[in-house]
Design a protein around this ligand. Structure first.
Ligand SMILES: O=C[C@H](O)[C@H](O)[C@H](O)COP(=O)(O)O
Length: 229
């Protein structure tokens, strides 16, 4: 029986086959991506560098000698590799468990191909068991929380929770914002919910990646690596 980390590593290693020569690569954030970064370091001589989606990823890339470029000076990003907290059969995702959703969404928007690397525990029929991260401007946190609660239905309570770092310290994103983790959503229509939440004043973005879904899912399973499109 493989561990979750072994399945993540298998998916991260397979992703190397999707990396074109001499390209700048978009790199996401999280434990699965950290394994990918270690693999990417083994072929760093054949890439120009990486665009990073978080301060944590930037530090790891630099530590392994992979040049980090500013997205603003990169015109062509053929591939973006990132993990997910949940991914459904249409390759819509929930992301942002590590709080990097906004920069991830920006880099993903620029990239031609989004390659999601995940282990089989992330593969779901309906998104929403994982609480949906919503990045908010700090002063809007209570207003946005109230708007999210209005998504409750009879028998289903939608419950936003302000993400804490430790003790009574509020978690802050790389952009200086807060995260509401929204529990109780059963997401039957990810594209319309993504749009709806993003229109609430004070929301920077939410962790649904449905309008810009993954193009390829590399899934580490107990029976080997599966590639889905
Ligand atoms: O903000 C974090 C990212 O969206 C990650 O891609 C996501 O949380 C998955 O992370 P992990 O690979 O650690 O499960």
């Amino acid at each position: 029986m493989l561990t979750q980390d072994q399945m993540k590593l298998a998916a991260a290693t397979k992703a190397l086959e999707f990396i074109p020569d001499d390209a700048v690569i978009g790199v996401g954030t999280g434990s699965t991506v950290n394994l990918f970064i270690e693999q990417l370091a083994t072929i760093k001589h054949r890439v120009q560098g990486a665009v990073s989606s978080s301060e944590a990823t930037t530090a790891r890339l630099k530590a392994l000698g992979i040049p980090v470029l500013d997205l603003a000076v990169v015109d062509d990003l053929p591939v973006y590799v990132d993990g997910a907290d949940e991914v459904n059969h249409y390759l819509h995702m929930i992301k942002g468990g590590g709080g990097a959703l906004t920069r991830e969404k920006i880099v993903a928007a620029v990239a031609k191909e989004f390659i999601c690397i995940a282990d089989e525990t992330k593969y779901v029929t309906v998104l929403g068991e994982f609480p949906l991260p919503v990045e908010v401007v700090p002063m809007a946190r209570s207003y946005v929380a109230r708007q999210m609660e209005r998504l409750s239905k009879p028998g289903i309570r939608v419950h936003p929770e302000l993400r804490m770092a430790s003790g009574d310290k509020v978690f802050q994103t790389d952009n200086g914002n807060y995260i509401l983790d929204v529990h109780g959503l059963n997401i039957a229509e990810p594209v319309s919910l993504e749009t709806y939440i993003n229109q609430i004043a004070g929301v920077v973005t939410n962790g649904l990646f449905a309008q810009r879904r993954a193009d390829v899912l590399i899934l580490g399973t107990q029976h080997g690596v599966e590639v889905k499109r």
